[in-house]
Design a binder for this molecule. Sequence first.
Ligand code: C5P
Length: 399
Amino acid sequence: MLEGKKIVLCVAGGIAAYKVVEVASKLRQRGAEVHVIMTREAKEFVTELTFREITGQPVASDMFAPVAHFNVEHIALANLADAVLIAPATANVIAKAACGIADDMMTTTLLATRAPIFFAPSMNSNMLTNDVTQENIKKLTARGWHLIEPASGHLACGTSGKGRLPEPMELVETIDEFFSAEKTLVGKNVLVTAAGTREPIDPVRYIGNRSSGRMGYSIAQEAVARGANVTLVSGLSALSVPRGLSEFISVETAAEMRSAVLERFSKADIVIKAAAVADYRAKVVAENKIKKNDDEWTLTLEKNPDILKELGQKKKAGQILVGFAAETQHLLENAKTKLEKKNLDFIVANDVTKPNAGFNTETNLIKILSRDGSIEEFPLMKKRDLAAKILDRVESIMK
Ligand code: C5P
């Protein structure tokens, strides 16, 4: 999908700049025309010559250097871009962009362009987790910039943590995916919940379930690919955070999920609740670890709030609400009851007893039940492909 696409690759001054040479090379191999902009600091890490040779294009850097190719270079690059990728996006460039500072070729281009902007923050963990950097990242994603989440692991400063530039192929895939999907959800706010909640019993134990989060994460990814502003509220999951989200909120309990979702509900156009929320929680959470004494032990549970039901009551015209029903028996009847009780637009029913379906698998077997009584059945499919079917259904309702 990158054939003929013009990618402006902004390389800022971080040690990860050396990895971006490979990004440029891979983009070009897939047929993209790559125009590199480097900051002065970036040139301390990699030379202009390297990028020029790899891309076959002149490298832009100095605002006032005589240029051979473009009249007003920063505007020319801003206009020609089909997409802009900033990698590594240093704390400095992120901060400048968040404030609208335009004091070099890169930041000026970022301010002038109307093309979608992807940024891959890469820096020392403390710089990344600093509130000011986090606030700046949020500002940019709120303006529609696509965040490519930093990876965790060894950092050049000798420590280990979050802040690595993802592998070059990941960056290339992100851009490729963006061009692959039709941009049918641009401007739409999509709120997705995923994974299971954990309800504490004491400081070391909890009640949980087998949900991996894969179905919800796939939906979030597909919505990003269709151009939506996506917020993902997730229980604990081993999966990596999808790229390009507007916001990622990690929660533990149903109560935490409820407040995260309610806070954002009024702004959402589409809400898809794929999370496996615990129906009950311990009535009293022990302050200290419970010791084993008697042969039997009774734990008193109380009901958790039903988030989806609450949303169904608050739903306004134009908002689309989708629920999931994971069942082990009477799939269709149970799903139909939930569809009505929770005031949903449709419900995705899956029989979790079937092989390769439901929790903790790559694939799923689903049926979509809608308000008009129709039932759409799908064969065993990859969760990502089912995510596309679910969003197709959402889009057909929106029409
Ligand atoms: O009623 P049941 O829990 O089976 O319904 C499943 C659907 O309701 C899922 O979409 C799930 O995310 C949502 N749910 C919820 N809050 C709960 C329980 C379930 O939002 N407390």
